[in-house]
Ligand binder design. Sequence first.
Ligand SMILES: [Zn+2]
Length: 113
Amino acid sequence: MHELAITQSMLDLVLEQAEKVKAEKVEKINLVIGEMSGIVDTCVEFYFEFLSKNTIANGAILSFKKTPIQVRCSHCGQLFIPKEFDWSCPSCQNSGMEIVTGNELYIESIEVE
Ligand SMILES: [Zn+2]
């Protein structure tokens, strides 16, 4: 269900953008998904096909780009990509950190006709 709401707001944005440039058809949507977001691209595709019916985005190709997780050490501010089972800071070994990227879904660009 998570993906349904996300896909709906993504589609709304796409249609809004397409309308601005007076597009007749949306050809392709380039999306960026963070590895940590838990979003399943096949679910998004499934909902998109369903939701985009009767819109100019119907039949558009969805292209997904995955962004890796990047975190910032809350102790020394070091930015790093954590290893699968080792999330400690490579420079100070602190284990407190915040996720900088990897949690997002956004539209990178759309291609219209
Ligand atoms: Zn650190």
